[in-house]
Ligand binder design. Sequence first.
Ligand SMILES: Nc1ncnc2c1ncn2[C@@H]1O[C@H](COP(=O)(O)OP(=O)(O)OP(=O)(O)O)[C@@H](O)[C@H]1O
Ligand SMILES: CC(C)(CO)[C@@H](O)C(=O)[O-]
Ligand code: BAL
Length: 287
Amino acid sequence: MSAQRRPRVIETVREMREAVAAERAAGRTVALTPTLGALHEGHLAHVRRAAEIADTRVVSIFLNPTQFTQPADLERYPRTLDADVDLLAGEGVDLVFAPSVDEMYPTGPTATTVSAGAVGSTFEGRLRPGHFDAVLTVVAKLLGIVTPDVVTFGQKDAQQLFVVKRMVGDLNIATRVETIPTVREPDGLALSSRNRFLSASERTAARTLSAALEAAVSAGERGIDAALAAAQGALMGEELVDLDYFAIVHPATFRPVDDDYRGPAIAIVAATLGSTRLIDNEPLRIG
Ligand SMILES: Nc1ncnc2c1ncn2[C@@H]1O[C@H](COP(=O)(O)OP(=O)(O)OP(=O)(O)O)[C@@H](O)[C@H]1O
Ligand SMILES: CC(C)(CO)[C@@H](O)C(=O)[O-]
Ligand code: BAL
């Protein structure tokens, strides 16, 4: 790691606002990368891209409790703040916003929340009821605090990206959403902080998720049935993968496309391996 200056770690909303005001007063634009912490190369792709499109980079590290619908999922979520700040120092990131839960929710979960609408109860939202409302609410708070010119979100969390982009448009929030492509392991597995919970055999089996997406992408030109059949073929026989869903959705609605659909789409997949739930997706063209 290069010997960069460590980022300034800010824990309060007031200091964060003052730091951003100072950047603006100096004529600098600001990029925000929101995270839950436990940073990996996927997150670093965000801050590297942010360096190309803004002057000052802020990374928020806030393990937002309200978006976890399973207490055990929150409990075991890795908390690695010191290592995270070290990684960000290596990238020359300027500011880290790492508030406590009390700082973000001084009177408990907010009475006012943002609704993700009907899409919020499909796919990830069906398995994690209220998750996307909680994500949008905390993202709205982070955008209100940091007021970034640009905010980065990963394609890996495709449904989250969809609802965030729609919120920013619907609520006229003065920021631009920059999409960061999914960073993968050499065998195709999307990097995720939850990958560390996979056993060796689960880790090997996890490869079938991206393999199914690749199969769908390759078969996509032959239509929706061919794409779904190709994905099913790739997933078949892998006993360690307990499939939650595989679907092909429209990028403008995040709803499954019709059988005769032609055009851009997103193949999405979620599965549980042992005690670990993984999601992945790949944009593709049908027809
Ligand atoms: N492999 C990846 N490539 C690019 N961006 C990613 C990747 N993984 C996560 N991100 C993005 O980083 C941001 C923060 O995500 P988060 O902190 O939840 O990390 P995560 O690894 O997705 O964690 P988990 O999968 O356990 O929820 C989100 O915008 C997310 O889409
Ligand atoms: C956007 C986010 C930081 C909100 O807590 C989280 O959902 C994540 O890391 O993807
Ligand atoms: N990366 C999405 C955040 C979550 O799983 O809660």
